[in-house]
Ligand binder design. Structure first.
Ligand code: PEP
Length: 254
């Protein structure tokens, strides 16, 4: 059985002091919730500080991006060597990276390979735009992004995929549980065809896009959805704890 996972993507929010306050406001409640993996993804500058605050708890950390080279003349970038002792997960291919930083499937694939090489867990984001959705191209876009993201990588059960329809991110317009479940089922069969069915059954596939404590139950109740990647609601301690605790009651694998 796949262990549910809830990851909070803080995006470009919180300075170090604010990150400390946010973690302090939820660390003990989150720590008590069993049966769900809890992952906080603060900005890079706060990772080391947050690592100290969650030391000896069940909370894990993730980075929001990573460069695919180990080191070198890449001003402003963060390498796997810098992350390997700081976090367990790395979000890759978020639609904001694809849209605002021109990240291509090829670049994202290089990053996924590196994350796996360094023993970290990739959270590979895929999702169709509103235009693709309305013109019936969702399946085609998602299958392309998944295959390109996994290209040249040996079956890796630690892979996490986040299905995040671009039109649902930060818009307050979440997909329905059924819509998300059906696209996630397509993602799982794409992985099964690309790798094999056993690995596809082990890969956790999350839904992301305007998840809150008021709608998480609808997603978690779906058989193919293994958790959520949460943006805006992860910046409010009560909301995030509410999302994780409902996930534990509905789907925990104790
Ligand atoms: C995200 O950034 O991954 C996300 C899903 O954002 P939000 O929850 O704010 O829609």
């Amino acid at each position: 059985m796949r262990k549910p996972l809830i990851a909070g993507n803080w995006k470009m929010n919180t300075n170090v002091d604010e990150a400390i306050s946010l973690v302090r406001a939820m660390v003990s409640e989150l720590d008590k919730i069993a049966g769900v993996e809890k992952v906080l993804c603060p900005p890079f500058i706060s990772l080391a500080t947050v690592k100290e605050l969650v030391k000896n708890t069940s909370i894990q950390l993730g980075a929001q991006n990573m460069h695919f080279e180990d080191r070198g003349a890449y001003t402003g970038e963060i390498s796997p060597l810098m992350l390997v002792n700081l976090c367990q997960f790395v979000i890759l291919g978020h639609s904001e990276r694809r849209q605002y930083f021109a990240e291509t499937d090829d670049v994202i694939n290089k990053k996924v390979k590196k994350v796996i090489e360094f023993g970290l867990n990739p959270i590979l984001c895929v999702g169709e735009s509103l235009e693709d959705n309305e013109s019936g191209r969702t399946e085609q876009i998602i299958a392309r992004q998944v295959k390109a993201g996994l290209s040249g990588i040996k079956p890796a059960g630690q892979m996490v995929v986040a299905y995040e329809p671009v039109w649902a991110i930060g818009s307050g317009r979440a997909a329905t549980g059924k819509q998300a479940n059906s696209t996630i089922s397509l993602i799982r069969s794409t992985i099964a065809g690309f790798w094999d069915n056993n690995t596809a059954q082990a890969v956790r596939i999350l839904y992301g896009g305007s998840v809150t404590s008021s709608n998480i139950a609808e997603f978690i109740a779906q058989p193919e959805i293994d958790g959520a990647l949460v943006g805006g609601a992860s910046l409010k301690a009560n909301e995030f704890v509410g999302i994780v605790s409902q996930t534990a009651s509905l789907k925990s694998t104790r």
